[in-house]
Design a protein. Structure first.
Length: 149
């Protein structure tokens, strides 16, 4: 990565983290001592999602964000909170070098976060992702939520 200030080729990465689906790198130019940031979206291992029926599909950040947006609709949870949850899941997989994650793991991870953010969003997300087919399942989830308080 060339330095945008002096053109020096061998800039150093001083910090690297995953944010909003992109690899964010802080770089330092040893020649002119200036700092700059790059965002790179390519070259990360494909993450597969293991679904309930034991099939796999490519992890889709947009789909996760959509599911979360539905759960938090008209609730006091910001889009920054949603993006942070998706980032956390992706960072966790990246850090642990995972190539697959199950829908259940994703759901549990999300529920863990939603529990402290908003109870209604928690129940909505659980109802979709744990496939509630009866009202009893709703009640069970609410009781679980209450018990963990
Ligand atoms: Zn430079």
């Amino acid at each position: 990565m060339n330095c945008p200030f002096c053109g020096f080729e061998d800039t150093k990465v001083v910090d690297s983290r995953f944010s909003e689906g992109k690899q964010r790198r802080r770089r330092l130019c040893p020649m002119c001592d200036k700092r700059f940031t790059t965002y790179e979206s390519a070259e990360r291992p494909t993450l597969l999602v293991n679904k309930k029926n034991n099939t796999y599909e490519a992890y889709d950040r947009t789909k996760l964000i959509q599911g979360l947006s539905f759960a938090v609709k008209k609730r006091p949870v910001s889009s920054a909170d949603i993006i942070a949850i998706a980032d956390e899941i992706e960072n966790m997989c990246l850090t642990e070098n995972r190539t697959q994650i199950s829908t259940r793991e994703i759901a549990n991870f999300v529920l863990e976060r939603l529990r402290s953010l908003d109870e209604v969003a928690y129940i909505r997300f659980a109802s979709v992702n744990r496939e509630f087919d009866t009202a009893d399942k709703f009640l069970e989830t609410i009781e679980e939520l209450r018990a963990k308080k």
